[in-house]
Ligand binder design. Structure first.
Ligand SMILES: [Zn+2]
Length: 215
């Protein structure tokens, strides 16, 4: 690649810039400037653009909601009563898990969050899972004290389209059929890649690449 060209190498998820040998994923405007063009953070790289650059916060939220809504749609009614971003009745905790499936008959509760980390290392998935387990420990213990069998789970899709293998068991816990599990994986991954592309293009061009239902 020419020394002053700028482009994307999808196979490595790396954005190249005018400066040769720049940090992994860095987008460089000039030989000296590596600052983010939108928020002036010290390094403008893919993890920053896709997960940390605040001007894209609305896009992250819409992307997250899209994945979450898709998951809610594929959970069958037989799994139990589904609540989204709500506190759990009977618990003092004001925490609002993304999705709660409560099956009173089976005395079973599934507490679930959706997360979309930047997956430059597998550790990103492990860390995300650990954080959520810890976050809901007290809430889960309270529900267990009320006689429920409680599962705390996490659906994880990487911003570059990686699918956490443990998502299969998460969908199984939500009573999603094997057929829908495969379809859900394909749709969520392609949707996530599309959102990341839109965020990246908005970052580069300054033009919004998605429609916001609140505007
Ligand atoms: Zn930024």
């Amino acid at each position: 690649m020419a020394a002053r060209s700028r482009g994307v190498e999808p196979a490595r998820g790396r954005v190249t810039g005018e400066k040769r040998g720049c940090e992994y994923g860095a987008v460089c405007f000039s030989h000296w400037d590596t600052k983010c063009r939108r928020c002036c953070y010290v390094v403008e790289n893919l993890p920053h653009v896709l997960r940390s650059c605040k001007p894209h916060a609305r896009a992250w939220q819409l992307h997250h909601n899209t994945v979450q809504d898709h998951l809610v749609r594929v959970i069958p009614a037989a799994a139990g009563e589904i609540s989204v971003n709500c506190t759990i009745p009977g618990c003092e905790s004001q925490m609002r898990p993304n999705i709660v499936i409560m099956n009173e008959e089976a005395k079973k509760v599934v507490i679930m969050d959706v997360t979309i980390p930047f997956e430059n290392r597998h550790q990103a998935f492990t860390n995300a899972q650990a954080r959520k387990q810890e976050k809901y420990t007290l809430l889960a213990d309270t529900l267990r004290g009320h006689g429920y069998n409680v599962m705390v789970d996490m659906l994880i899709v990487g911003t570059l389209g990686a699918w956490d293998p443990s998502n299969e068991s998460v969908l199984h816990a939500c009573c999603v059929s094997h057929c829908y599990t495969k379809l859900t994986r394909c749709l969520m991954v392609s949707n996530t890649i599309c959102w990341s592309h839109n965020i990246y293009m908005e970052h580069i061009t300054g033009h919004c690449q998605y429609s916001d239902p609140t505007r």
